[in-house]
Design a protein around this ligand. Structure first.
Ligand code: GLC
Length: 572
């Protein structure tokens, strides 16, 4: 094994990452928003799960139009989150616990409040003009092309002062950086090195597969849905070259763990991004499995989710990435998604079983699992009241757009309630005291009123809780090599309620069977696989989510939302 510094090269393959959305994690000042000291205060809780990497979302200086994904200064901490001393203390306290910090890097765009953008906007001749993407108006004076922002409306903003448009693929205050400009690439290298030297162990690279745009900026003819221009900048012409440059200059020399957030990507590209021989990233996030409830790929329309499609996508990526030597970041939840617990399972009567089922099903796969704050205690989507309770810029924009498209206020509010990123941004539920122990002030977004029932304190104390279920799964990843190297084999063959798969290496076979329905189900293992059972030296239940677990035989009876992980030992 290759050792760099004091760590093996691929040390993160048996790790589990915990994602902290600091604004909603823990407030130590009474301001109503969480802060860095709040994260430090809760490290023992996170360590207690067995976590070894903490992903901290952006805490840089920012006008907070997109909760920190609009960075105005890459080198300083936003006072709302604390100080650089607080950050350094977090790094020290993590190290003391043998844990690593992964920070969020947002360099597809900067805030329009960034000094570079202010300079760029000041005149066409300014030295920073070329840090951003400027184009002349179209013949009719409108935007240069028909590309759409991911948050709604045109992707171009007009600047009166200089008479040109600049590109913004997200909010109008998030200006896309011009990666064609080598000075921009050098700025990114410099800022990454600054943070690496501060002692962070890795980076989560925000929408990094969008950094290279087709330089002719063509019109999108709509022939490939959604026709919003994304085909001209997603996994764009020079993206792999740019990532390789970052790897050579920063990731490799500092032996960092890196995860690229890949928007609307392909399997082929993710293999390239994450195969170690390519020298790009450690692993990739993709979102295909979280679009199985989008009719025709449209996020702001609703349909029940397609279970078969969900299983197929997860399976295709397992097999494809394994064959291509890539590595998946595994996740159900993050700060941009409604909670999977509400979306794919039963967050009421079977909340406890469902949360454990999702955990077991995901953590049995190959890749590095990510746990998003609150997932480990089974936080569901909230019961929203009024549209005024929402804070997220995308949700608020989309509400207006849905009204313009002719939806009634009730219809528009319903869609936003189901889809909003705010669903997962509610404060962490720590205990049953006032405001769930999150703040002593007025929270920036409402607190889920179910905190007397759902909270971290009671779960830590209960050995049968969802929290301890996660703890066991995270431990198993360290103790059972088959979870890291086992070949994937899907076993449910299109069953309408069950997701079942095996992972196999030369010594062991892991079997995961999960019933995603509220009914009791009889599940037959495929004949080709059942033979393994008779040849087994021993079979052991590793984990389940009901008091009594069924035995692993050719035909298994599964209770509602029952989910189990077994290990079959195949050598003597
Ligand atoms: C990523 C972030 C999201 C943000 C967007 C623009 O998708 O996860 O929260 O709004 O990038 O930076």
């Amino acid at each position: 094994m290759e050792i760099i510094g004091n760590l093996p090269r691929d040390w993160w393959r048996t790790s589990t990452v915990y994602q902290v959305y600091p604004k909603s994690f823990k407030d130590t000042t009474g301001s109503g928003t969480g802060d860095i000291r709040g994260v430090t205060e809760k490290l023992d809780y996170i360590k207690g799960l067995g976590i070894d990497i903490l992903w901290l979302q952006p805490v840089y200086v920012s006008p907070q139009n997109d909760n920190g994904y609009d960075v105005a200064d890459y080198y300083n901490i936003d006072p709302a989150f604390g100080t650089m001393e607080d950050f350094d203390e977090l790094v020290r306290e993590l190290k003391r616990r043998d844990m690593h910090l992964m920070i969020d890097i947002v360099v597809n765009h900067s805030s329009t409040e960034h000094r570079w953008f202010k300079e760029a906007k000041s005149s066409r001749d300014n030295a920073y003009r070329d840090y951003y993407i400027w184009r002349d108006p179209a013949a009719d004076g409108g935007p240069p092309n028909n590309w759409q922002s991911k948050f709604g409306g045109s992707a171009w903003q007009y600047d009166e002062g200089t008479g040109q448009y600049f590109l913004t693929l997200f909010d109008k205050t998030q200006a896309d950086l011009n990666w064609e400009n080598e000075k921009v690439r050098q700025e990114v290298v410099d800022l990454l090195i600054f943070w690496a030297k501060k002692g962070v162990s890795g980076f989560r690279m925000d929408v990094i597969n969008l950094i290279s745009k087709e330089q002719t900026f063509p019109m999108d003819d709509g022939s490939i849905p959604p026709g919003d221009g994304r085909k001209f900048y997603t996994d764009g012409p020079r993206v792999h070259e740019y990532v390789k440059e970052l790897n050579a200059k920063v990731f490799a020399p500092y032996n960092l763990v890196t995860v690229g957030e890949m928007s609307s990507t392909t399997l082929e590209n993710c293999i390239r991004y994450s195969n170690p021989e390519e020298n790009e990233f450690s692993m990739t996030f993709n979102f295909h499995h979280l679009k199985v409830d989008y009719p025709n790929g449209q996020k702001w329309e609703l349909k029940p989710y397609d279970f078969e499609e969900l299983k197929k996508l997860l399976s295709d990526w397992q097999i494809g990435m394994q064959q291509g030597g890539g590595w998946n970041a595994l996740f159900w939840n993050n700060h941009d998604q409604p909670r999977a617990l509400t979306r794919f399972t039963n967050d009421g009567e079977y909340r406890n079983e469902s949360a454990k089922l999702l955990a077991t099903t995901l953590h049995g796969l190959q890749g590095t699992p990510y746990v998003y704050q609150g997932e480990e205690i089974g936080m569901p989507d909230p019961n929203w009241g009024d549209i005024s309770e929402f804070r997220d810029i995308e949700s608020l924009n989309m509400y207006e757009i849905l009204l313009q498209k002719g939806k009634t206020p009730e219809e528009a509010a319903h869609i936003v309630k189901v889809r909003s990123r705010d669903n997962s941004r509610l404060p962490m539920l720590w205990d049953d005291s006032d405001q769930a122990g999150f703040t002593t002030g007025t929270p920036w977004i409402k607190i889920d009123e179910r905190y007397p029932l759902i909270n971290a304190k009671s779960q830590v104390e209960d050995p049968e809780s969802i929290y301890h279920h996660y703890r066991l799964l995270i431990e198993l990843r360290k103790s059972h090599k088959v979870l890291t190297d086992g070949a994937y084999d899907r076993l449910d063959e299109g069953h309408p309620q069950v997701f079942a798969y095996a992972r196999r290496n030369t010594e062991q076979t892991l079997v995961v069977i999960s019933n995603f329905s509220g009914e009791e189900v009889q599940f037959e293992l495929p004949k080709r696989f059942a033979a393994n059972l008779s040849a087994a030296r021993s079979t052991e239940l590793l984990l389940g989510n009901t008091e009594e677990a069924p035995e692993l035989t050719e035909s298994v009876k599964l209770p509602p939302y029952g989910s189990y992980m077994w290990i079959i030992n195949t050598i003597n």
